[in-house]
Design a protein around this ligand. Structure first.
Ligand SMILES: [Zn+2]
Length: 159
């Protein structure tokens, strides 16, 4: 039998993500990334353990879409966030999820070989580089700014 996945462990309250579960209902769960020290980097998943978008029910799909929009609208209003990457990879954690990854202005200050391909920002490369660089065993930092972002997400989505 497979060991229970990290997302299901968060849902079961066996693992507490930084700042706690931001939002959860019967369909979706939103929490901050567990081990990358980048404020506003969220993970959005269905509560049900499925391993691909194609397995989502209509209600799960629509809640994930609406909550993504709420989060991104708040993040993109931050002066130092230029865009928000949305990724689903599923290589480390099989439980389907979206990474909502804010691309901060300061991330472009790294040497171009780390974040660019052919002089263009390479989103996949930048995402991977930043994740490796800011990986922590357990995210401790939970600054006031992040709390503000979270409150704005909650207000926007009327959660
Ligand atoms: Zn799971």
């Amino acid at each position: 039998m497979d060991t229970i996945c990290i997302t299901c462990r968060i849902i079961n309250k066996e693992v507490i993500p930084p700042g706690g579960i931001i939002y959860k209902n019967n369909f979706v769960i939103l929490h901050h990334c567990l081990d990358i020290n980048i404020g506003g980097y969220f993970i959005l998943s269905p509560v049900r353990h499925v391993e691909g978008l194609e397995q989502l029910e209509p209600e799960e799909l629509s809640q994930i879409a609406n909550l993504s929009k709420a989060i991104i609208e708040v993040l993109i209003k931050q002066k130092d966030i230029d865009r928000v990457y949305i990724l689903s990879l599923g290589e480390e954690t099989s439980h389907f999820h979206f990474h909502l990854f804010p691309r901060y202005k300061w991330m472009l200050d790294f040497p171009s070989e780390d974040i660019c391909t052919n002089d263009k920002i390479d989103g996949g490369k930048l995402f991977s580089f930043i994740r490796n660089k800011y990986k922590v065993d357990k995210q401790e930092l939970f600054d006031n700014r992040l709390l503000e972002i979270l409150n704005s997400v909650r207000e926007w989505a009327d959660l």
